[in-house]
Each structure stands twice: as C-alpha cells, then as structure tokens.
Design a protein around this ligand. Structure first.
Ligand code: HEM
Length: 138
C-alpha cells in the first residue's frame, strides 16, 4: 500500500524549521530593541520550512491516495491533510506580512495560528501511524 516512506522522511523539515523560525520571530518581536539579523534568520527558517512543507504535502497526498474511503483511518487522514493545508496557508500569509515592514503588525498572529495548526497536523499524523498503523508493514 505504501511504496516509499518519503512522507515520514520529509515531515521533520517543516516541523523543525517552522517551529524554531516562529519561536525566534516571536521572541525578537517581543524585545524592545529588535535584532535585524535574527529577524532575517527567523524569516529564512520560516521560508525554508514552508517550502519543505510543500514536499510533505505532496508525499502525504501520494500516500493518502492509496487509503480507501471506507478505511477507518480515513476521517483522521482528512483532518490531518486539511490541517496541513491550513498550516501552509497561515504561514504564507504570515510570511508575506512579516516581509513588508509596513504590514508587519499582524504577522505574529498568522505565524502563531500556523504553529498551532502545525502542532495539530503532527498530532493527527501520529494518530495515523501509531493508532491506525498506516505506513507500518504487517
Ligand atoms: C505540512 C504538511 C504535513 C506535515 C508536517 C505532516 C506530518 C505528518 C506526521 C508527523 C506524520 C507521522 C509520521 C510518523 O510518525 O512516522 C504523518 C503521517 C501521515 N501523513 Fe502527513 N503531514 C503533512 C501533510 C500531509 C498531507 C497533505 C497528507 C494527505 C493528503 C498526509 C498524509 C499522511 C499519511 C497517509 C500519514 C501516515 C504515514 C504515511 O503514510 O506516511 N500528510 N504526517
């Protein structure tokens, strides 16, 4: 059913890069004197996390396409996939706002919403593997 375990290989990149990038961004924004170098580093981490998120979306969609609608894990998979898309949309908006100095005011909100959606995505991904045993031979 699952030809190549590429999805579990790729998911670590967006999870790590988006989490660290968002935390650094929020920390820098909270400080009275903002460090421009760390600001740029946080945006670089978020941008690379977003791009690697596209790989996670693609490989996840390929794996999920072999799960029949009647499979008991299907609703969990739909929730997981929807949250993954929502994560990418929130981060795209947050990054777009954070890149323009005059639009920066609400970037933190979209990046925080993205981080929460990412955590929920990972939770449902774990359910797929550890509860429903998707991707596990046997
Ligand atoms: C930002 C995008 C995504 C992230 C961060 C992500 C994260 C995860 C994580 C952490 C797991 C558990 C892996 C493990 O413990 O080995 C997982 C499993 C899974 N995900 Fe995703 N996921 C994403 C997008 C998607 C999408 C869009 C789909 C389907 C359309 C999908 C379908 C699956 C499936 C079927 C599994 C079960 C294991 C497998 O077949 O590889 N994922 N995902």
């Amino acid at each position: 059913m699952f030809a190549a375990p590429l999805h579990p290989l790729f998911v670590h990149f967006p999870i790590a890069l988006l989490t660290v990038g968002t935390l650094v961004y929020l920390y820098i924004r909270l400080k009275p004197a903002q460090d421009q170098a760390w600001h740029r580093i946080s945006l670089f981490l978020i941008a690379t996390g977003w791009l690697t998120g596209l790989l996670a979306l693609t490989t996840g969609a390929i794996n999920f396409s072999s799960v029949p609608d009647s499979h008991p894990a299907h609703p969990t998979g739909v929730a997981h996939a929807t949250l993954a898309f929502v994560t990418e949309v929130f981060y795209l908006i947050g990054l777009r706002l954070a890149l323009k100095p005059r639009d920066q005011r609400f970037a933190w909100l979209f990046l925080t919403l993205g981080l929460l959606a990412l955590i929920a995505t990972g939770y449902f991904g774990g359910e797929l593997v550890y509860h429903w045993k998707l991707g596990i031979a046997g």
